[in-house]
Design a protein around this ligand. Structure first.
Ligand code: ATP
Length: 630
């Protein structure tokens, strides 16, 4: 393809058509000539003066025009500079957009990672805390129970031992006391008897008295020993009491270890509280991440709005109607020589699509877009539009991918496709039944308020997955080939229009956009001689010629640029159908397809002339069909 190799001729400046007075009147030359003519032949001086005056006027006009040309050139330079600046801004914004998207993804990843860690951590801590508290409770209970049992056992055994010892000591003491009392009683009795006897004998012998005293002394000493024994028993009882108090000390130690355990429980509980604080911190971080994500999303949405505006400005600066020329390669079946014209190398469909992808984006942004393929039969129109990797499937796939990306910015899209042909000024539904062709009447209805066009009784397919477009193209081609058996080769004798309606709604901003993408494969443009055709064939020929020249007329009338001037949309079905997709509210691109063959040279020249006519047209600024709903 020769990208942008359309031939711009440019409007022929008024100045080139003869020098005229700015007000319109006759030219300086003409008026000069007339004054010269009025002079007598002999008035050579007068005639010379008139001629010089006319020449001076011409020079003045030329100087004015030079100034105007300079001003126009400066304007052109300004526009170019503005386009370059906008393109730079668009690239910067796209970079920022990508950066913001990347950051958003990063935040989302971080957020989900933090959420996951927090969840895991929470679960692990909860399990750990539960386990620890349960273990601690069990341990404390067990220790308490064991200590209580031990203490009870010790106290019981000590009490028993003490009681036994006391009882034994008391008994021993009692026995001892009564034994000693008995002994003392006996000794007292013996002493009394002895005293009696000694008193009796005292008179007799002083020696016997001393002996009795010594015996008394012995008895008193034995009494003293018994008292000492009693004292020892008391000491023993005291030592028993000491051991009892020792046991109480052990009990106290156990109680203090119980207190230490309780303190550990408290430490664990305060650990739990610290963990709860950590959770709160993590939750705060999570909340901050959410907030950052929300801010990033808002920024992204604002940038998307700006991107739409700038994208449209760039498209407008490129021109709302553009023409590209595509030269198909020589086919293996073609044995003739190719024409002796040097065309650039044939482009492939992906390269061609690159040229229109920006306009597909405009349709998503809410503008009406028309893409035509014009050219003689066999020049590659259907190949460009409907082949497996042609513009229709590529446009639908791009729309899907972009709509998905726009989903992040709050946009959701509904896509509806229909496919019709215009044959002999009749509309046929390519997604309907071939039997209905040329019988069923389909009417075109316009809604001037909403600027919407509908066709009655046609099938519309909701394109809810990108694969559907292939089945639509297959169905249309089958329907056409069934219909073709009844008439001539249908595809070259009719125009086909693939209509894709794109309705977008932004759930966040409430913005709504509605754009239509029309992909038109025109009937073969070869000059058909009326003289050689008769009957049906003649009618077909007339209709094709008329509708193609009508398309050219509509574009030329639009290019006239006069407000409210008549545009002959109604002169053909095709232009009537595309009324709202041509003109001020739309963007238009025309591929002019040409064959490289020598035999097709005349047709190629005719096609290139048509391309020139369209290329010299400029359509007014497009208005986006977008509105805010409640
Ligand atoms: N760029 C290209 N590369 C390879 N083959 C091509 C190319 N363009 C066209 N062809 C081949 O040329 C032949 C004619 O092309 P196509 O049917 O698209 O022409 P057309 O203009 O649509 O004709 P018609 O008006 O009859 O529908 C086809 O076999 C097609 O595969």
């Amino acid at each position: 393809m020769s990208k942008g190799s359309a031939i711009p001729t440019g409007a022929r400046p008024a100045s080139a058509q003869g020098f005229r007075h700015p007000g319109g009147g006759e030219s300086a030359l003409e008026s000069g000539a007339k004054s010269v003519m009025k002079r007598k032949h002999t008035d050579i001086k007068g005639r010379l003066e008139d001629t010089e005056a006319a020449i001076a006027e011409m020079r003045e006009i030329q100087a004015q025009e030079r100034v105007e040309t300079m001003a126009l050139k400066e304007q052109l330079e300004d526009h170019k500079l503005r386009a370059y600046q906008l393109e730079t801004t668009r690239v910067t914004l796209e970079t920022q957009n990508t950066q913001a998207q990347f950051e958003l993804e990063l935040y989302q990843k971080k957020t989900s990672e933090l959420e996951r860690i927090l969840g895991d951590e929470r679960m692990a801590r909860a399990v750990e805390r539960d386990d620890a508290s349960k273990r601690l409770r069990d341990e404390t209970d067990e220790i308490r129970r064991r200590l209580r049992d031990e203490m009870d056992g010790i106290i019981r055994s000590h009490r028993e031992a003490l009681e036994t010892m006391e009882r034994r000591a008391r008994n021993d003491l009692e026995d001892e006391k009564s034994a000693r009392a008995r002994e003392i009683q006996e000794l007292k009795m013996q002493a009394a008897m002895e005293k009696q006897r000694m008193e009796l004998e005292m008179d007799g012998s002083g020696r016997d008295l001393r002996a009795i005293k010594a015996e008394l002394e012995t008895t008193r000493m034995e009494l003293e020993n018994a008292r000492n024994e009693l004292q020892r028993e008391k000491v023993m009882s005291a030592s028993l009491r000491d051991s009892l108090s020792e046991q109480s000390g052990a009990t106290l130690t156990l109680e203090s270890s119980s207190r230490a355990l309780r303190a550990r429980v408290e430490v664990l509980e305060s650990d739990g509280r610290a963990q709860a604080n950590n959770y709160a911190e993590l939750e705060e971080k999570l909340r901050q991440s959410y907030e950052e994500t929300r801010v990033a999303q808002e920024k992204l949405r604002a940038e998307e709005t700006l991107r739409r505006k700038l994208h449209n400005q760039v498209q407008e600066l490129k021109g709302n109607i553009r023409v590209f020329c595509r030269v198909r390669p020589t086919l293996p079946s073609e044995s003739e020589m190719p024409a002796d014209i040097r065309f650039p190398n044939a482009a492939h469909n992906p390269d061609v699509f690159e040229e229109i992808s920006q306009l597909v984006q405009s349709a998503l942004d809410g503008y009406n877009v028309c893409i035509f393929c014009y050219g003689q039969t066999g020049s590659g129109k259907t190949y460009t539009m409907s082949s497996e990797d042609g513009m229709i499937p590529r446009a639908v796939h791009q729309i899907y991918a972009t709509a998905k990306e726009l989903g992040e910015k709050g946009w959701s899209y509904k896509m509806e496709g229909s496919f019709v042909e215009v044959y002999n000024e009749n509309i046929n539904d390519l997604l309907g039944q071939a039997d209905d062709f040329d019988k069923k009447k389909h009417e075109i209805r316009h809604d001037p308020k909403e600027l919407k066009t509908t066709i009655t009784d046609i099938n519309t397919v909701t394109l809810d997955n990108p694969a559907k477009v292939e089945s639509i193209l297959r169905r249309a081609s089958q329907t056409r080939s069934v219909a073709a058996t009844k008439a001539n080769e249908r595809s070259s004798r009719s125009h086909s229009v693939f209509i894709l309606k794109l309705i977008g709604l932004n759930s966040v901003t409430g913005e709504r956009s509605e754009g239509t993408l029309n992909l038109v494969d025109l009937a073969g443009s070869e000059r058909l001689s009326h003289s050689q055709s008769t009957g049906e064939r003649l009618k077909e020929t007339q209709n094709i010629n008329r509708s193609l020249s009508c398309l050219g007329d509509v574009i030329a009338a639009l290019g006239n640029g006069k407000e409210n001037s008549h545009i002959p949309y109604r002169n053909s079905k095709l232009t009537y159908l595309l009324q709202y997709s041509l003109g001020g509210n739309s963007k238009c691109l025309m591929f002019v397809m040409v064959s490289p063959m020598q035999a097709h040279l005349n047709e190629t020249l005719t096609s290139l002339k048509f391309a020139t006519k369209v290329n010299n047209t400029s359509i007014g600024t497009a208005k986006r069909q977008a509105k805010i709903t409640g």
